[in-house]
Design a protein around this ligand. Structure first.
Ligand code: ATP
Length: 639
């Protein structure tokens, strides 16, 4: 039978790594997170146990009352003899209620604490995991793990776990009491526990598989919702809303039928767990009546037997629910640890090295790189030297590996062969924080966070810097990136840009992302086609300002437009995963046929999109400002 591909299959179709682990072993992995909350949880458990024992003690008092004062009172018409026993039952009832309340108060706080700690640990780990992990994992799966799975765990911790322990103790103590005080009657009751145990065991096997399927399908559904909301413009523009709905409906139906299967399994076990104890009680009633009739059992003992059996029956009937909660929690733990136990191969070295002469010299030495799931390397034996303070344009046909190469410099991926060096030190020998401080990146597809323009642009700036320095950096970066529109937003640079900056145009977002890279004042600036969404005039204005601003930083700019090449001192040509030539634009035009081909392809593309080629006359720079003004008006209207 073909197995599901762990990379491409939806989560609900992937093999389950921890399927064979026992539920106790699986849940034990929570211990480090639960440990700080243990004192309150244990206190809560003792309260619950106390409440349960108080409930079990009531039948004992009843037995004494029936066999003692009640029998004597009936003979002597002395109702007053009952008052002592009634007072004890009342006290036990009040104690039980008080202990239940104490249990609730004790476990509520640690439950929410553990949930919050787990959520933070998960988020921290997700932030730490490399880009390669996020390439493989769907957002909805991570979202459902951090929200609904953790909610399930909290409910199990504050209710299911205590209920399970208390139920087990109640049943064991109760059955022990029955066996000790009512002899054969207790033994018959005990025999009824055998089918209950077998059914519970079978249910556990069946339910675990369904619970996992349901939680994975819920994650896949969340992914679909996330993608459809994210891509709503594309879906609407292409009139594919109905298809999206059809695909969503299919997934929702699958989840519904899994939920139904879950509910059916639960209902079946509930019927069995209700029926068997009731049938056992019926048999015990007949047997007990015979024993009482023969004088082998007192009426008080028989009354106590049924009162105790009533206390035990509650947890037995609830066992189906308690077990389902436990298996849901186990599935949640498995799904959580699918992520938490994913090791990060991109770690800090144990003996990090800091470059002795940090000037921004970047060197790729014999670099080979292959994506995890790819069949062949994207880059092979790449050698590229970016001397400190120079600007190099990286040019190549689409899919030649330019963005991949750019991502190796800030160590977003690790090379599979060779090395990337910054100032003579292999980036794998440096602290990741030092590498990321040295290198700033502006991606073609800019991501803005739903915070203010100021926070977005100052993302890479040291928080400890004085406010006036930060303000100056912000102003300069916005100026270089020609993002003056930001100062004219309704609240200036403190305007919150919408989720992922969607209330801004593509060009505006790109300029803010560029400003973010510039404001970080890195030694090395990697610009992955940062001007692709700008109109010709704005691109010219940004290019002119960038030329001045880039002096000092080593810059690698990926060029998809001939005009972006104009920024560079030299050009490196990427072809079939290798750097095939390096030189000035003029040199390469004269000597490298592949470069001529690439440039003419870029020019054709630029002409089709109405973007200026290298030798186009530059439009006056004030047109850029003017175009910025149009942007502002449009943005003002949008916001
Ligand atoms: N995360 C990934 N996992 C697997 N393969 C990938 C991944 N990202 C890119 N690739 C593949 O690597 C190759 C190079 O992609 P890359 O984005 O680096 O090219 P590029 O030169 O920047 O292309 P473009 O000019 O179109 O942006 C492509 O074949 C692409 O399919």
């Amino acid at each position: 039978m073909p197995t599901a591909d762990p990379v491409t299959a939806p989560a609900s179709a992937r093999p389950i790594a921890d399927a064979d682990q026992s539920t106790v072993a699986a849940l034990r992995r929570l211990l480090p997170f639960v440990r700080p909350a243990l004192p309150r949880l244990v206190a809560g458990m003792f309260s619950a146990l106390g409440a349960s024992l108080a409930a079990l003690a009531i039948p004992r008092v009843l037995q004494r009352m029936v066999d003692g004062p009640l029998a004597a009172g009936a003979r002597e018409h002395d109702a007053g003899a009952l008052w002592g026993a009634i007072a004890v039952v009342l006290a036990l009832g009040l104690a039980e209620a008080g202990l239940v309340l104490a249990r609730r108060n004790l476990v509520m706080l640690p439950g929410t604490r553990v949930e919050a700690d787990l959520r933070m640990a998960l988020f921290r780990h997700l932030q730490d995991l490399p880009v390669a992990f996020h390439d493989r994992w769907a957002g909805g799966q991570l979202l459902s793990r951090s929200m609904s799975d953790l909610g399930l765990l909290r409910r199990w911790l504050v209710f299911g776990l205590l209920q399970l322990v208390v139920s087990c103790v109640t049943v064991l103590v109760g059955v022990g009491l029955l066996a000790a005080t009512t002899g054969w009657l207790g033994v018959v009751y005990l025999v009824g526990a055998v089918p209950v145990t077998v059914i519970a065991f079978r249910f556990s096997r069946r339910y675990r598989a369904i619970a996992r399927r349901s939680q994975d399908q819920a994650g896949d559904l969340a992914t679909t919702v996330e993608e459809s909301v994210h891509g709503i413009r594309v879906l609407k523009a292409f009139g594919r809303g109905r298809d999206a709905l059809a695909s969503f409906t299919g997934q929702a139906e699958r989840l519904r039928s899994t939920e139904l299967a879950k509910a059916r399994a639960q209902a079946q076990v509930n019927v069995a767990l209700t029926l068997i104890p009731e049938l056992t009680l019926a048999v015990c009633l007949v047997l007990g009546a015979l024993l009482a009739h023969d004088g082998a059992l007192s009426v008080g003992a028989l009354t106590a037997f049924f009162a105790t059996a009533a206390v035990i029956n509650g947890p037995v009937v609830d066992l189906g629910m308690t077990l389902s909660m436990t298996f849901n929690a186990r599935t949640a733990v498995d799904r959580l640890f699918d992520v938490l136990s994913t090791a990060n191969p991109l770690t800090d070295p144990t003996d990090p090295i800091e470059p002795a002469d940090p000037r921004g010299h970047v060197r790729l030495r014999d670099v080979t790189f292959q994506y995890d799931d790819a069949v062949r390397p994207v880059l092979e034996h790449v050698d590229l030297d970016l001397p400190a303070g120079t600007t190099t344009a990286l040019v190549g046909l689409t899919g030649s590996g330019k963005s991949t190469l750019a991502m190796l410099i800030p160590r977003l991926y690790d090379v599979t062969g060779g090395a990337v060096e910054i100032d003579g030190v292999d980036v794998r020998r440096m602290r990741r924080a030092d590498v990321r401080r040295a290198v700033a990146v502006a991606f073609e597809d800019p991501t803005l966070f739903s915070t203010s323009v100021r926070e977005n642009v100052l993302l890479g700036v040291d928080d400890a810097l004085p406010d006036d320095v930060k303000q100056e950096r912000l102003a300069q970066a916005l100026d270089v990136a020609q993002a003056h529109f930001a100062t004219r937003l309704p609240h200036g640079v403190d305007t919150r840009v919408g989720e992922e900056g969607l209330s801004l145009s593509g060009g505006q977002r790109q300029r803010l992302a560029l400003a973010r890279a510039i404001a970080a004042r890195p030694r090395v600036l990697v610009l992955d086609d940062p001007l692709s969404a700008l109109d010709v005039a704005t691109e010219e204005a940004v290019t002119a300002r960038l030329r001045q601003a880039l002096t000092g930083a080593t810059t690698l700019v990926i060029a998809h437009r001939p005009s972006t090449v104009a920024l560079a001192d030299r050009v490196a040509v990427l072809r079939d995963g290798r750097v095939s030539a390096v030189g000035t634009h003029a040199e390469l035009l004269a000597t490298d046929p592949h470069y001529r081909y690439v440039i003419s392809a870029l020019e054709d593309d630029a002409a089709q999109h109405g973007v200026g080629a290298l030798d186009d006359p530059a439009p006056p720079t004030d047109m850029g400002a003017e175009s910025g003004l149009h942007d502002d008006e449009a943005t003002g209207a949008r916001l």
